[in-house]
Design a protein. Structure first.
Length: 276
């Protein structure tokens, strides 16, 4: 599929990390692929999986949209073609509540493409509330949807908690873990407090238990996480792995937002073979 072929925009996406992951797994003989925090699935789309792929996420709308694209992309495209890229249509689609699987997927993809920054956000009533993004020169790539559908043919898509991925992970499988988090802005204490509702400290410890379990199964893991001292303390001695630091540009915010350099941790039990 090549680099950066996710067909949706997703906050925290890992397209920037794809070249590193490809180099990291180069020559690695793994069987099946797992992504318990699917999001936009940029890494999945960039890798060539030898066996089955198991993609999961807590976001049921996201999983449903991917499933619809896998099962019948033409029907999804048919519904998408009925929409136009303008403010009136956007808010009409946003207020709609289709029940049919392929209509729901078309709504999800349309809002993702034309919303402000591609953010997925719902209010307390569970209703999507991101405003129109005025992306007048953007068109949804139907050909990409068709290509993505082919890639998803061997993928099992599940809406579930990340820890439930254990059910399908076997020896020599590869697990890519990219939990939701924001980068630390001030102290580690502030970082923990800010992320408490996104992915709590308790969740981080559950994740550490999971990578221990993955290593015990003799499977491989790659975990991305925030560059924070608390995160390092939790994960540096877990899973029998090693710690790598990578730097990226900040991608969150509009065109006028300040975009500095951000460091992130990568933890993996893939043996080091050469300088990366």
């Amino acid at each position: 599929m090549g680099r950066n072929t996710s067909f949706i925009r997703w906050a925290g996406g890992k397209s920037w990390l794809v070249p590193f992951v490809q180099e990291l797994v180069s020559g690695l003989q793994y069987k099946n692929y797992h992504e318990p925090f699917m999001g936009g699935a940029s890494v999945f789309f960039a890798l060539e999986e030898p066996g089955m792929s198991y993609l999961s996420d807590m976001n049921e709308e996201l999983i449903s949209a991917f499933s619809a694209v896998r099962d019948n992309p033409q029907r999804v495209i048919g519904y998408l073609s009925e929409f136009s890229n303008d403010e009136e249509c956007y808010y009409a689609v946003r207020e709609s509540e289709p029940r049919e699987k392929y209509q729901r997927a078309a709504r999800f993809l349309y809002l993702n493409a034309y919303s402000f920054n591609g953010i997925y956000r719902v209010n307390k009533q569970g209703k999507y509330n991101v405003p129109y993004g005025y992306r007048k020169n953007i068109r949804i790539d139907y050909e990409r949807i068709l290509r993505v559908s082919k890639k998803l043919e061997k993928a099992v898509l599940i809406a579930q908690d990340f820890a439930d991925a254990k059910e399908n992970i076997k020896a020599e499988d590869l697990v890519f873990l990219d939990p939701p988090y924001v980068v630390p802005k001030e102290s580690s204490e502030v970082f923990i407090k800010y992320n408490q509702t996104l992915f709590s400290l308790e969740d981080q410890h559950r994740l550490a238990d999971l990578i221990d379990w993955i290593d015990d199964q003799q499977a491989y893991f790659i975990l991305t996480n925030a560059y924070d001292e608390t995160i390092l303390k939790i994960f540096q001695d877990r899973g029998g792995g090693r710690v790598i630091t990578r730097e990226r540009s900040s991608l969150i915010g509009g065109k006028q937002a300040y975009r500095g350099k951000i460091q992130e941790y990568i933890f993996t039990n893939i043996p080091e073979r050469k300088e990366l």
